[in-house]
Design a binder for this molecule. Structure first.
Ligand code: C2E
Ligand code: MG
Ligand code: MG
Length: 530
C-alpha cells in the first residue's frame, strides 16, 4: 500500500513538474527578452535625448561666436542688432546680450540696463575652453523664471533649461540633463526627481529597482550626461497569481498523468505477478515445432516453444518472455520448460538417440552455470544424451559477453550444441561469431521471407549462408512457408528448415501423431520411433 502511495505521489509530482517547469521556463525566458528589449529601447531614447542636449549647447556656442563677430562698442545699436539676429537665428536662444563686471549691460530683451545695476553673480562653472555657465540664473524680467546662461568674451546667451528635456515622447519618460564636471542637474522633465536621476547617473544607470529601468547616455564632446527612466514591463504581470494558476493546472494534470502512470505500472505489476503465479502453478505449456533435415526431408528434432493461455486468451511468448526477463522470472520459466520437455519428450528422445530438442534460453540463464547444472542433473539416468538437448540463444542474450563466454563453452564441453537464434537481427552478429564458439546458426524468418524475392534485403540470406559454410556452422532456416523457399535453401546447401511449410508448433501428443504420419509416408527405418 505504502509502495502504491509513493508511486502515486511520485507520478503526481512528476506530472506537476512536467507541466509547470516548461511554462515557468518559457515565462522566465520571455520576461528576460522583454526586459532586454525594454533596456535597448531606453538606451536608444537616451541617445536621442543626448542629441537634443548637444544641439541646444552647440546652438548656444554658435550664438556666442556670432556675437563675437560684431566686436564694436558693447550695447551700440549694431551690437544690439546682431544680438537680435542671433536670437532670431538660434531657436533655443531666448536672449543674447552683454555683461561686464558682474552686471548685465544690455540685450534686445532687457534693453539698455547699464544704469539699472542689474547684478550678475560669478558663474557656477568655467569650462577649459573659456565658456562660463550660470546653471539657474534668475531672470531679471521674472521672479519665477530661472535660465541657463552661457557666456564668453562679455557676451551671454540665455536658454530655457526645459529645451534640454522637452522631447516629444508619448510615454512621457522622465529625462534629466546633468553637467558631469560639477554633477549639477541642468534640467529635468516634469515628474522627474532630481536626486533619483542624479543617483542613477552616479551608478551608470545600474540602479536596483523593481519598478524602473534606467539608462544613461554620455556626450562624446561635452561634459554632459542624459539620464532617462521608464517603468519596467513584464510579460508575467502578477507573478504570484500566475504561479498559483499554473500550480493548480500542474496539480490537476499531474494527478491525471499520475493516475494513468499508476494504472499502467500496476497493470504491469499485476501482469508480472500473474505470470509468476502461472509459472509456480505450472500453468505454462510447451509445444514443439519440427525441424526438418533438407537432405532427406526427415524430422531431425524439434524446438520447444512456451505457451501461456490467460483467461482463455493466448498471450504471445514475445510479450510474456520479455516480462519474465524484466521481472527475474525467466530462470523459473526456463526450468519449467525443461522440466515439461523432459517429461513429455523423454521417451522419444531416449528411444531415438539422433533426435533432439532445442530449448530457448535467455541472458540470465547464460550468465551462471546454474541452468547447466540443472540440465546435467536432470538428464542423469534418463538415457538422454547431452547432444540431444540443444541450447538456443538470441544475440541479445549474449550481451553480457564476459560472463556468457565461459558458460557457453561449458555447455559445449558438456555436449550441448549451441544455436544462435534469430541470426542477423541483433547488433553485432559477426563479432559474436568470432568471439563465441557455437555450432548452428538459425537464420531469422525476416531473411528467409526475402528468399527468391527481388528486394534489397534478399541479398542478406545468401551472405549469411556462405559465411556459415566458411565457418563450418550448420544452418537452420526459420519460418519457412513455401516449397520455393525449400528448393532455394536446398540449392544453397542449407541443412535444416523449420516452419509452417512443414508444421506449426504442436503439443507432445500431436507431435507423436505427426511423426507417425511422416513415418508412414517416408522410410520407416530412418524416422524416430515413439
Ligand atoms: P523463436 O525462438 O525464434 O521461435 C520461432 C518463432 O517463430 C515461434 O514463435 C514460432 O511459432 C514462429 N514460427 C515458426 N515457423 C513459422 C512460420 O513458418 N511462420 C511464422 N509466421 N512463424 C513461425 P513463438 O512460439 O511465438 O515464439 C516467439 C519467440 O518467443 C521465440 O522465437 C523465442 O524467442 C521466444 N520463446 C518461445 N518459447 C520460449 C522459451 O521457452 N524460452 C524463452 N526464453 N523464449 C521463448
Ligand atoms: Mg528459438
Ligand atoms: Mg528464432
Amino acid at each position: 500500500m505504502i509502495k502504491r502511495l509513493t508511486l502515486i505521489s511520485a507520478s503526481i509530482a512528476l506530472g506537476c513538474l512536467a507541466t509547470i517547469v516548461p511554462v515557468l521556463t518559457s515565462l522566465y525566458v520571455a520576461n528576460k527578452d522583454v526586459e532586454r528589449r525594454d533596456r535597448e529601447e531606453l538606451r536608444d531614447f537616451a541617445s536621442k535625448a543626448m542629441m537634443r542636449a548637444e544641439l541646444v549647447t552647440f546652438q548656444a556656442f554658435g550664438a556666442l561666436s556670432d556675437l563675437d563677430r560684431e566686436p564694436g562698442v558693447p550695447c551700440s545699436p549694431s551690437n544690439l542688432e546682431q544680438a537680435a539676429r542671433v536670437i532670431y537665428n538660434y531657436r533655443y536662444v531666448q536672449d543674447a546680450g552683454a555683461y561686464a563686471d558682474g552686471q548685465y549691460l544690455c540685450s534686445p530683451l532687457l534693453g539698455d540696463v547699464r544704469k539699472k545695476d542689474l547684478a550678475l553673480p560669478p558663474p557656477d562653472y568655467r569650462s577649459n575652453d573659456g565658456f562660463l555657465v550660470w546653471f539657474r540664473q534668475k531672470s531679471p524680467l521674472s521672479d519665477v523664471r530661472k535660465d541657463l546662461l552661457i557666456g564668453r568674451n562679455g557676451h551671454y546667451v540665455s536658454i530655457d533649461p526645459a529645451s534640454y528635456v522637452d522631447l516629444i515622447d508619448p510615454s512621457r519618460r522622465p529625462i534629466a540633463t546633468i553637467q558631469t564636471t560639477t554633477g549639477t542637474v541642468m534640467a529635468v522633465s516634469a515628474g522627474a526627481d532630481e536626486d533619483d536621476m542624479l543617483n542613477a547617473w552616479k551608478h551608470g544607470g545600474n540602479v536596483k529597482s523593481t519598478d524602473w529601468n534606467y539608462a544613461v547616455a554620455l556626450s562624446s564632446s561635452r561634459p554632459l550626461a542624459i539620464v532617462v527612466k521608464s517603468p519596467r514591463s513584464s510579460v508575467t504581470g502578477d507573478w504570484p497569481k500566475l504561479l498559483a494558476a499554473w500550480l493548480t493546472i500542474g496539480v490537476v494534470s499531474g494527478a491525471a498523468l499520475g493516475w494513468l502512470a499508476y494504472r499502467r505500472i500496476t497493470r504491469q505489476l499485476s501482469f508480472a505477478s500473474t505470470l509468476e503465479w502461472a509459472i509456480s502453478r505450472r500453468k505454462i505449456e510447451v509445444v514443439y515445432q519440427p525441424i526438418v533435415r533438407l537432405a532427406d526431408n526427415e524430422c531431425a528434432g524439434v524446438e520447444a516453444l512456451v505457451r501461456w493461455t490467460l483467461h482463455g486468451r493466448a498471450i504471445s511468448p514475445e510479450v510474456f518472455v520479455r516480462v519474465a526477463e524484466e521481472n527475474q522470472l525467466i530462470q523459473p520459466l526456463t526450468d519449467l520448460v525443461l522440466e515439461k520437455t523432459l517429461a513429455q519428450l523423454g521417451n522419444l528422445l531416449s528411444a531415438n538417440p539422433t533426435f533432439y530438442v532445442s530449448i530457448n534460453v535467455s541472458g540470465d540463464d547464460l550468465c551462471t552455470f546454474r541452468f547447466l547444472n540443472l540440465l546435467t542433473s536432470s538428464l542423469k539416468g534418463t538415457g538422454i544424451a547431452a547432444r540431444q538437448i540443444r541450447i538456443e540463444a538470441t544475440e541479445r542474450s549474449f550481451m553480457n559477453a564476459d560472463a556468457t563466454r565461459g558458460v557457453i563453452a561449458a555447455f559445449r564441453a558438456a555436449g550441448h550444441p549451441i544455436y544462435i537464434d534469430d541470426f542477423g537481427t541483433g547488433y553485432s552478429s559477426l563479432s559474436y561469431l568470432q568471439t563465441f564458439e557455437i555450432d548452428v546458426l538459425k537464420i531469422d524468418k525476416s531473411f528467409v521471407d526475402t528468399i527468391a524475392q527481388d528486394t534489397a534485403s534478399s541479398v542478406v540470406a545468401p551472405h549469411i549462408i556462405s559465411m556459415a559454410h566458411e565457418l563450418n556452422l550448420e544452418i537452420v532456416a526459420e519460418g519457412v512457408e513455401s516449397g520455393l523457399q525449400i528448393t532455394w535453401l536446398r540449392e544453397k546447401g542449407v541443412q535444416y528448415a523449420q516452419g509452417w511449410y512443414y508444421a506449426k508448433a504442436m503439443s507432445a501428443r500431436d507431435l507423436a501423431t505427426w511423426i507417425g504420419r511422416q513415418r508412414e509416408q517416408s522410410h520407416a527405418d530412418s524416422l524416430p520411433s515413439i
